[in-house]
Design a binder for this molecule. Structure first.
Ligand code: SF4
Length: 360
């Protein structure tokens, strides 16, 4: 029997051993514990039951087609008004040229951007069709639920119609951004223009029903409470019970350095990031994968997170711009060899996957 320093973890261990679902209070107790190693032990137990020693990664490239954004959320250093000197938008030809510069064969192309009022609906469809034609082996993971809502307004179509159009143009799955924290209190303060948490979940539900899997994120470490984090996880868990459409959950630590909140909010600590990873693994008993997104966490902490419930180290990542604007430090791209070394050294077996988590 492992030795837990926190008696709450002992009770939760019993629940996990008996395959019982963790409650809201369990989630709070997990977030409040100082017994980091006990928490890591529990998360590893669940992770290894699901995936044994496997840790997944994808050979991927990112495309951030434009940072011009109507919403200008307070926490976001990426979105810019059109007249800003750093505002940009890429035409399809430029995007293809950039993609071709990087090593191949790429398995996943991850596309997200701001809500740019100047780009027409056809741009998005043509972008997917052209990428699909040029990179037939790659799956396209594109557009957050927030962008899907923007496209529906732009085209004056329903969410279902937009998702069907995108699927016919080559879309495989959605990346899961824009969820932030579902709490209306937080959204009012940080991103009042953004769709509500309820709407985000409705769009994810529609995608799942159309056979388009999605990921889900949570941006934590700003103004939210622990209660709001757990409510967010439970809302995702409930939708997953209904649709089984989430592939992966990605906890994203808030990077305040270049945001409007830089004076009010300090960056998260490694301790907090590892706790969040483990709590996500334990609470989201029905979402298969938990990702250590090294672009935000840094490579060293992401590697350690593999012992705190994460089974996915994301990918090789080329041309990602959001973290550059947000002030993330460290590496910007990895080779297969480097990513596999990180996984092996942590004691796991690397498995290269596609966007849908099928081994390649
Ligand atoms: S978070 Fe998304 S919607 Fe908000 S400003 Fe940034 S790019 Fe725009």
């Amino acid at each position: 029997m492992p030795l837990f320093l926190d008696k709450n973890l002992k009770n939760i261990h019993e629940k996990i051993r008996n395959n019982l679902r963790l409650s809201f209070e369990d989630g709070l107790n997990l977030l409040k514990t100082q017994d980091l190693l006990g928490l890591g032990y529990l998360a590893s137990l669940v992770k290894e039951n699901l995936h044994s020693k496997k840790v997944y990664y994808v050979f991927n490239q990112h495309v951030n087609y434009s940072n011009i954004c109507l919403n200008l959320c307070k926490f976001c250093a990426f979105g810019k008004p059109p007249e800003h000197p750093d505002a940009y938008e890429l035409d399809i030809e430029e995007i293809i040229k950039k993609l071709k510069k990087n090593p191949s064969p790429v398995r996943e192309i991850h596309i997200v951007g701001g809500l740019n009022p100047r780009l027409p609906y056809e741009y998005y469809l043509d972008l997917l069709k052209t990428i699909k034609k040029e990179f037939p082996l790659a799956q396209i993971k594109a557009f957050t639920c927030v962008e899907i809502e923007h496209l529906a307004r732009l085209a004056q179509k329903s969410i279902e119609e937009v998702l069907k159009d995108l699927k016919s143009a080559g879309l495989s799955c959605l990346p899961g951004g824009g969820a932030e924290v579902f709490s209306e209190r937080i959204r009012k303060k940080l991103c009042p223009e953004k769709i509500s948490g309820k709407r985000w979940l409705e769009i994810a539900r529609t995608a799942h029903k159309l056979g388009i899997p999605t990921n889900a994120t949570m941006l934590y470490g700003h103004l939210e409470t622990y209660e709001e984090r757990i409510e967010h996880l439970i809302a995702l868990r409930q939708l997953q019970d209904e649709t089984k459409g989430f592939l992966c959950f990605i906890p994203l630590p808030f990077l305040p350095q270049k945001s409007y909140l830089k004076r009010e909010v300090a960056p998260t600590t490694g301790f907090e990031d590892l706790k969040m990873m483990a709590v996500a693994r334990l609470m989201l008993d029905n979402i298969p994968h938990i990702k250590a997104y090294w672009v935000f966490l840094g490579l060293k902490l992401a590697q350690v997170a593999l012992h705190f419930g994460a089974d996915d180290l994301h990918g090789t990542v080329y041309e990602e711009k959001i973290s550059d604007f947000s002030g993330a430090e460290g590496d910007k791209a990895l080779s297969r060899k480097e990513i596999e070394r990180l996984i092996r050294e942590a004691g796991f077996e690397p498995v290269e996957r596609d966007a849908l988590y099928r081994p390649v």
